[in-house]
Ligand binder design. Structure first.
Ligand code: RP5
Length: 181
């Protein structure tokens, strides 16, 4: 399968699988404490068998890493970046400033301000530097959005997304019919 053979990026297939060697989605977060939230994005990428990488990159604690990661991501074959952060959540915006790739921002819920601080920090980007911001804590949607972005060039992946949506509809319809029983 050439599902992930995008733009001449080298692909090597796993035995019996269609997994590419190079990650297409970069999942980064400001702290290890963000991982329980960000796992929902990772679960989606696993479900759709999209190759990904995970790393901790902090805008404030590791600024040099932030710069090298952001500047190097596209050349390494990454096509979408999912960035989660909480509080003064500058990571997604700063990454977006230093890469031409689409960046999906995940506002992580904080204990003090319930994630409203994270949401505002991520969503209020200046014109010219977009970050696609999902709801507070909704890393699942960040994963799904990254997959949809990749699927614009991949009919097979698009079909898998449609199947996923159909399954969701059937599940909800099943629940509704049980309510009526
Ligand atoms: C942010 O500060 C991180 O994204 C995290 O959500 C928050 C708290 O980090 P820790 O103090 O738990 O490492 O940079």
């Amino acid at each position: 399968s050439e599902l992930f053979a995008l733009e001449g990026i080298p692909v090597s297939l796993m035995p019996g699988g269609r997994l590419a060697s190079s990650p297409l989605v970069g999942v980064i977060m400001g702290s290890q404490s963000d991982l329980p939230t960000m796992n929902a994005a990772i679960d989606m990428l696993k479900k759709f068998k999209v190759p990904y990488e995970v790393d901790i990159v902090s805008a404030h604690r590791t600024p040099d890493k932030l710069m090298s990661y952001s500047r190097g991501a596209a050349d390494r074959g990454i096509r979408v970046i999912i960035a989660g952060a909480g509080g003064a959540a500058h990571l997604p915006g700063m990454v977006a400033a230093m890469t031409p790739l689409p960046v999906v921002g995940v506002p992580v819920k904080t204990s003090t301000l319930s994630g409203v601080d994270s949401l505002y920090s991520i969503v209020q980007m200046p014109r010219g530097v977009p970050v696609a911001t999902v709801a507070i804590g909704n890393a699942m949607n960040a994963g799904l959005l990254a997959i949809r972005i990749l699927s614009t060039h991949k009919a097979e992946l698009r079909q898998e997304m449609k199947d996923y949506q159909d399954e969701m509809s059937e599940m909800v319809e099943g629940m509704s019919s049980k309510l009526l029983d």
